[in-house]
Design a protein around this ligand. Structure first.
Ligand SMILES: *[C@@H]1O[C@H](CO)[C@@H](O)[C@H](O)[C@H]1NC(C)=O
Ligand SMILES: *[C@@H]1O[C@H](CO)[C@@H](O)[C@H](O)[C@H]1NC(C)=O
Ligand SMILES: *[C@@H]1O[C@H](CO)[C@@H](O)[C@H](O)[C@H]1NC(C)=O
Ligand SMILES: *[C@@H]1O[C@H](CO)[C@@H](O)[C@H](O)[C@H]1NC(C)=O
Length: 517
């Protein structure tokens, strides 16, 4: 039911911030209540300060954040995926999921890139089975008369969006009798399985790169323990470079451009397409060994560590060099700041920028945070961003694809998402809920009309301001045009400061010095 629901919703959208329907927006009414609570606690603090600070556990409800793990307690068999075990000589396609198809081939599997095909040659021992399958096949075309089974698949995880699927390369999966026709000889024989997927579609947008590609790849292939070869359709070299750290922790073998490499690769097992669970998550109840989103993040940590260690060593070397050339000074600035909780602001310019970002930095610093403003570019190394966020306690960002970086935050840290007008559903679905599943303390900050740049453009009674859902429910184009492309925010720091103070308290267990005027 839920999936059907989503299917219809997602169909409307095209991008990561797809259709916005408010009836799904039912959470996060609590912040207001909590701020009131917080205010009253703050006033108590004046009188009871010393005692309250030490008895921080009594305040722990201030820092309780919804459900963190929604794993099913279900029966594993109920969730056992289709095609999870197939006999040799079979192609089995699971087309039951609304987000993606996935096919499995077992036996004598050979790639044939000039015809965008993967062949499966059936041996004689399967004859009984073959005649059964043959009888079910419509031998329409003369040339294909020796085909036992023919499947077509576009190995991309957004099956419900025809417009983007139209841009994805399709593969033909064909099983044939081994003793018929000329079958092409192997150029390379692999003793590990193949996983074939596309890096086309919305690749180029960080949310999609993780949601549609990297996480499904993890879900589909991690149980092979790197004993797997990846074949990529709609191959992009920059993608292979950008995600190289992660890829090399999922596969011991170099990736192969399916279309660009016309050699015949031979396997005994191939998976075409990727499984996907939900928005930016790994549902442990659907994994063979119960892996969760936290395990995925642990993989990121291992993947980025070698590069980060390298960066640290370079910096240490530079420090040593500097000390030798200049007179040593005692105690660097960083030593003093080391104990402050660290806050990262993911900065955007253009649409959905925070216009008073400098004031936000100042307010946060006054509250006791060590602040870093991060402005990731398309070319910024993910390892460097990971390093910043992995060492942070709080991340602030405005709703948009860059929020995907929440995956780099440690469980237990705080994520504050600024939610511009008209983006509530998308903010909750694509980032809020997944962040909670990762174990982040998630705070959604829904802006007031007067904090939006749209406030200057429309009359204060205009439905654009008063009733965004009346537009967003009309479809993605409206959301995009009115609320995503043209909106910037100017945070009311007095109001936003309450969220900051809450974050500070959650991290440190003590109240910030200057929280509210
Ligand atoms: C495979 O590719 C190479 C180099 O691009 C080319 O020389 C060769 O003719 C191709 N072979 C086939 C069978 O297409
Ligand atoms: C799966 O993981 C969850 C939490 O990560 C844990 O509580 C549960 O016991 C695990 N189940 C199995 C079968 O390992
Ligand atoms: C991330 O932070 C944790 C905890 O501080 C640390 O143990 C780990 O090494 C860090 N990971 C990387 C890749 O730097
Ligand atoms: C955003 O920043 C980039 C690089 O810093 C700059 O090239 C671009 O013009 C900026 N865009 C806007 C709308 O300010």
């Amino acid at each position: 039911m839920v999936h059907h629901h989503r299917y219809n919703l997602l169909k409307k959208g095209g991008d990561e911030e797809a259709g916005t329907l408010l009836f799904l927006y039912y959470r996060r009414r609590r912040p207001n209540l909590l701020s009131v609570l917080f205010l009253s606690l703050l006033s108590c603090t004046f009188i009871l300060a010393p005692r309250l600070f030490s008895a921080s556990s009594s305040l722990s409800h201030l820092c309780s954040f919804g459900v963190q793990n929604e794993g099913f307690v279900g029966n594993i068999d109920v969730n056992a995926p289709l095609c999870s075990s197939i006999p040799n000589g079979r192609i089995c396609c699971d087309r039951s999921h609304f987000r993606s198809d996935i096919c499995f081939m077992k036996g004598d599997v050979r790639t044939h890139s000039p015809s965008s095909s993967v062949f499966l040659y059936s041996s004689k021992s399967n004859n009984g089975f073959i005649s059964y399958v043959s009888s079910m096949i419509d031998d329409g075309e003369q040339e294909e008369h020796d085909e036992l089974q023919h499947e077509r698949i576009k190995p991309y995880t957004r099956k419900w969006e025809p417009s983007i699927m139209d841009t994805i390369d399709e593969l033909d999966l064909i099983s044939k009798r081994a003793n018929l026709g000329v079958h092409h000889p192997c150029d390379l024989i692999h003793n590990v399985p193949a996983v074939i997927f596309s890096t086309g579609g919305y690749t180029g947008n960080l949310y999609h790169e993780f949601n549609d590609g990297i996480m499904p790849l993890y879900i589909t292939s991690q149980h092979f323990n790197k004993k797997v070869v990846f074949f990529i359709l709609d191959y992009r070299n920059w993608w292979v470079i950008k995600y190289g750290d992660i890829i090399s922790h999922l596969s011991d073998h170099p990736v192969i451009d399916f279309i660009g490499d016309n050699r015949t690769h031979c396997f005994t097992e191939a998976i075409i397409g990727l499984r996907i669970h939900d928005e930016l998550t790994v549902d442990s109840s659907l994994m063979r060994s119960n892996e969760s989103i936290v395990d995925f993040r642990n993989l990121l940590d291992r993947a980025y560590w070698p590069r980060i260690r390298g960066l640290i060593q370079e910096e240490e070397q530079e420090t040593v060099d500097k000390k030798m050339s200049t007179s040593p000074t005692s105690g660097s600035v960083f030593d003093y700041q080391a104990r402050k909780p660290k806050l990262v602001i993911l900065s955007r310019n253009g649409s959905r920028a925070i216009m008073n970002e400098n004031s936000l930095v100042k307010t946060s610093e006054e509250m006791g945070f060590q602040v870093q403003v991060l402005r990731p570019e398309r070319t910024t190394e993910l390892a460097k961003i990971y390093r910043s966020l992995n060492s942070s306690d709080v991340m602030i960002g405005v709703h948009g694809a860059a929020m995907t970086h929440f995956l780099f935050m440690k469980p237990g840290s705080v994520l504050i998402q600024v939610i511009p007008l008209g983006t509530e559903w998308a903010a909750e679905t694509y980032y809020g809920e997944p962040a909670r599943k990762l174990g982040l303390k998630y705070i959604g900050y829904k802006i007031k009309g007067r904090e939006s740049s749209l406030f200057d453009e429309y009359d204060k009674d205009d439905p654009v301001l008063r009733n965004p859902s009346s537009f967003t429910k009309k479809g993605w184009e409206y959301t995009k045009k009115i609320y995503l492309e043209d909106q910037t925010v100017r945070l009311e720091l007095r109001r936003f400061g309450k969220r900051l103070a809450r974050a500070y308290y959650c991290i440190t267990g003590i109240h910030p010095q200057s929280s509210l005027e």
